[in-house]
Write a protein that binds this ligand. Sequence first.
Ligand SMILES: *[C@@H]1O[C@H](CO)[C@@H](O)[C@H](O)[C@H]1NC(C)=O
Ligand SMILES: *[C@@H]1O[C@H](CO)[C@@H](O)[C@H](O)[C@H]1NC(C)=O
Ligand SMILES: *[C@@H]1O[C@H](CO)[C@@H](O)[C@H](O)[C@H]1NC(C)=O
Length: 632
Amino acid sequence: MIYLVLKNFICILVLHSDHLCKPHRMQNVGEQGHMALLGHSLAAYISVLDRERLRKLTTRILSDTTLWLCRLFRYENGSAYFHEDDRDGLVKVCRLVINARYEEYASEGYAVLSSKQPVIYQSASGRPGLGQHLCSQLGLPLSSLCTVPCNTVFGSQHQMDVALLDKLIKEDKEAGKLPLLLIANAGTPGAGHTDKLGRLKDLCDQYSMWLHLEGVNLATLALGQATSAIMAANRSDSMTLTPGQWLGLPAVSAVTLYRHEDPALSLAAGLTSSQPVAKLRALPLWLSLQYLGHNGIVQKIKHATVLVEDELSSPVVLFKFSQEMSAASSGGSVEGYCAGEKEVLDTFNRWLGEQLLQLVPASGMDVVELEDEGTCVRFSPLLTAAVLGTQQGDVEDLVEKLSELVPVMSSTMCLRQDFREETHRHSPSLIYVEELSWPGLGAVRYEPQAEGIDESRRKQELEKINTELLKKLQELDTDIIFSTGPEFGTQENCIFVGMVTEDVDVSELVNTIATLGRDIEESGRLLENMTEVVRKGILEAELQLQKANEEKLMEEGVMRQLPLVGSVLNWFSPVQSSIKGRTFNLAAGTVLSAVGNFYKNNQILTLETRLNNQLSLSQLPSVCSGDKNYTY
Ligand SMILES: *[C@@H]1O[C@H](CO)[C@@H](O)[C@H](O)[C@H]1NC(C)=O
Ligand SMILES: *[C@@H]1O[C@H](CO)[C@@H](O)[C@H](O)[C@H]1NC(C)=O
Ligand SMILES: *[C@@H]1O[C@H](CO)[C@@H](O)[C@H](O)[C@H]1NC(C)=O
């Protein structure tokens, strides 16, 4: 029965991912994934067992999983709290520390905090919004947050400045505040840097502060040869792990390991629960751990770190396309021209990341925005490899694709300036459009040179010509991609030119665009002349027809116009018409008198409509018009 439930569950997941157009994200549910899913179904099933059995079973599952995790991540004597939101562990830990440091907190609540304001320290390279979330969950003012800058003089630019932190804590203490907790990184969310954990722990001990850790590098604690920088992590007071992500287990919750002696305070903080169902949150992970085994888990983490071939420093690879690269590939001859703005480089790097992910979906490449470095492309297999099933071959693919894309980016970067200048040469009919968020050669707009027409007409014209021009350019036999630009761009009616290889003749390209634009503009004017002739002709024809009608009605001396408005039922007379038809000579642009059937047809249609509508029209009251009654 459970298996059936499980099967349905997987089907739903797969369906969902199809709808989201990202099927590869779910590609590797795999056996251990099924285990995790089975855990969810089992948890639902177990939760209806009788109370005593349920209590025993859930206690066992929780303690087994906790023991296993503590052994795996070298965290002696730890307790575990399982949670869905990966920030929730920190919230509960923080509540625990408040309970422990403010004796009256349980009875007096926030009032005790005002006597001595608590301070929470976080790294400037930490997860954005984490501190704010913490404050909002705990009802603390934002002034309780202290963001510690990162080193800029010595060492990494992403590690917390320990000396400065020391100074900040001292100042806060002197101001009568209570330094409560420090959140440090074992793998910053952007670049995967690890703080100096050992030194931070010593500092925290000195001020009786709680040290909480998070970050992807904590996964490497499971490896036999974890680095000493990471090894110090197991001295922390708590750390949040995301084994579901690291091992590719769908819907497995995050877990926070912590060490604290007082079970009453843990209960008060919400880290432990007497509810058996809360303990069942460990079940999917329990099953997966059973299935993978200790070695299986270590193997999976090792696989991810080997993919970056750099497991000693950081299991995250960051790179970006930069100016130097573009100058080098062009032999330095166009120096200065290549000095693309930082924004353009960011745009190009964003494009690079997207291309790589598209070309090698199993790589799980993504794009990160770093304050100092700008936009970078990130390969972080610990976060993605288990889910996507990344293999060594994918990494090789990645390198190959990268070596194809970089030359194209370089040549485009260098030719951007040429493109701009060539465009100016065709001014005013061709306008260069500055769009820094466009990853390509650039954008232009063809401006029709019509004088004396009003603004709205001009806009219409502009849109028409550029749409037509884009179509013509797309029909050309070339590898260059022409488009309407970024999906949410601000520039309208532009032709965006994509990446180009170095053998493209930019002058010729711009020439082609200008020539095609001019052709379209001129033929458009011809067409417009025609349209004008036709429009005038129709007006004249209408006038003549109306005049003929009036004459006819006058002749017959009756006015039998139906009260139903609308062209079809605009019936003049049931008597065979003697109004002359008219034909319109498009080429000559004149109206000729003729005994045509133009008008007759109209009348036949009217009669037919009357027949067809007999039923519904019969409800209408009879119409009295002139000297006759017409009933429908
Ligand atoms: C941290 O891990 C090391 C290596 O396994 C171990 O010797 C040490 O006891 C651990 N420390 C704590 C506090 O768990
Ligand atoms: C774990 O508990 C044992 C026994 O209570 C104790 O001797 C040991 O020091 C503890 N280890 C840590 C890291 O707290
Ligand atoms: C449009 O028509 C006018 C006269 O009706 C003529 O003088 C003019 O040259 C025409 N324009 C084009 C583009 O054919």
